[in-house]
Design a protein around this ligand. Structure first.
Ligand SMILES: Nc1ncnc2c1ncn2[C@@H]1O[C@H](COP(=O)(O)OP(=O)(O)O)[C@@H](O)[C@H]1O
Ligand SMILES: [Mg+2]
Length: 413
């Protein structure tokens, strides 16, 4: 029997870790293809001094903290580099890989990223050496001319953004200057606005991707619409392929991606979200899917001994990008097969069918049972003010019941 310890590095959230722990308990031991038994323990990782020579007890860590808190990020680097701990995600694949890097990679691969320009700081970093550098190298530039070349409306947003920090939609020169003056020490992109028909946001966990219809103007709990077939099959498959491609390219295993779809054309705009939101209150209907995918991918990696990769292999992608005569569609198909092989889609599916064939039932029964309901109620109490508790409890119960009915349709009651 092999015991695997799964660590969770958490911010303020209680909902998904509790769901993850409860599902693993319900699932019990897992048998691999040679009959070996595997058991899984979980631990919420605490922040403590660590020697760089300590050996971690964890075999896999799911991280939702390191994007803003650096002590555990440095611990993640240590255990990735020295101890081969499997990480969702490894900071080596993310630290220098913000939105900007993802845009560069996608443009290099021939994807339809809207026209994007990086402009110099409005207020350069406060550094004694700067005056000299600025005098010699920071050329004055014509912001209006840059914006005119892109065309209005456009978006100004930080090159490493997240959670809409510092994002503004700009219609004219006055708004352009106001936004640039306010950007201060943030480094900004200007990006052509896409007047989209549909906003598709996808959540990828290892080999699986869920594409959801996103409504950015709605309050948080309404942003993901429960909506199936809102994209044509072609656009839907293109969105999945681009997500998998970018994730495989950078070795990201837990990421959410944003695409704007206009007249059947797919425009990627936000593809680097290191610690994606998996809150019950925002994912609602899709929350059980996300928990299942997180359990499946973690167990697949642990039981089959999948090795974490810190290196990238950009060349094989660039070869496809540079093959003369390949159409956009042919390139996507070729990228897709590279990405599927990176994520071992076939082996993953076999593992799920063979070793996790009771997971669907475990999660379904848990989601309609008392443990999940108390998780739901506790989460609502923690997130919303008292006068909204009843409304949100009813709202979430309704959506989870809908998920359970759809799930019964998919798998048989
Ligand atoms: N090029 C664009 N065209 C249309 N809308 C955009 C564009 N860029 C950003 N937006 C809008 O602004 C929001 C935030 O921008 P995004 O690039 O996703 O930054 P963040 O990383 O902060 O989420 C998007 O969800 C979308 O609603
Ligand atoms: Mg975004």
């Amino acid at each position: 029997m092999t015991t695997h310890l799964i660590g969770m590095l958490l911010g303020t959230e209680e909902d998904w870790p509790r769901a993850f722990e409860e599902i693993l308990r319900g699932l019990g031991p897992v048998t691999d293809d040679s009959g070996g038994k595997h058991v899984f323990e979980t631990e919420r990782i605490t922040i403590e001094p660590f020697s760089l020579r300590d050996r971690p007890r964890h075999d896999l860590v799911i991280d939702r903290l390191a994007y803003w808190y650096y002590h555990p990020r440095e611990w993640l680097k240590k255990v990735a580099l020295m101890d081969g701990v499997y990480l969702l995600n490894s900071p080596f694949t993310f630290q220098s890989m913000e939105k900007h890097a993802a845009y560069c990679a996608m443009i290099r691969l021939g994807l339809k990223v809207p026209e994007t320009v990086l402009v110099p700081y409005k207020n350069p970093l406060d550094n004694a050496r700067y005056a000299y550098t600025a005098a010699r190298y920071n050329q004055p530039f014509d912001l209006d001319a840059v914006a005119r070349r892109i065309g209005y409306p456009l978006f100004m947003k930080p090159y490493d953004g997240g959670a809409w920090r510092g994002v503004s939609r700009i219609r004219n020169e006055a708004e352009l200057h106001a936004a640039y003056d306010a950007s201060g020490e943030m480094l900004m992109h200007l990006q052509k606005a896409v007047d989209y028909d549909v906003f598709a946001r996808s959540l990828s966990i290892g080999a699986e991707t869920m594409v959801m219809r996103f409504q950015p103007d709605q309050p948080m709990h309404h942003r993901y619409a429960v909506s199936h077939e809102f994209l044509s099959p072609e656009a839907g498959s293109e969105v999945v392929t681009i997500g998998k491609l970018v994730n495989a390219f950078f070795r990201w295993e837990f990421n959410s991606c944003e695409t704007l779809v206009k007249a059947g054309e797919v425009y990627p705009i936000d593809y680097a979200n290191a610690c994606p939101d998996v809150a019950l209150t925002s994912l609602h209907y899709y929350f059980p899917w996300a928990m299942k995918a997180l359990v499946k991918w973690s167990l697949f990696a642990l039981v089959t001994g999948r090795r974490p990769r810190l290196d990238v292999s950009t060349e094989q992608y660039f070869e496809i990008a540079d093959t003369p005569g390949l159409s956009y569609g042919e390139k996507l198909a070729a990228y897709r097969s590279l990405a599927d092989s990176y994520f071992e889609v076939g082996r993953y599916q076999e593992f799920c069918d063979r070793s996790l064939n009771h997971l669907d039932e475990v999660v379904h029964d848990w989601a309609i049972g008392p443990a999940f309901d108390s998780l739901l109620v506790d989460t609502v109490r923690a997130v919303y003010p008292v006068h909204e508790h009843d409304r949100f409890v009813a709202h979430l119960r309704g959506l989870i019941a809908l998920w359970a009915r759809d799930e019964e349709g998919r798998h048989g009651a």
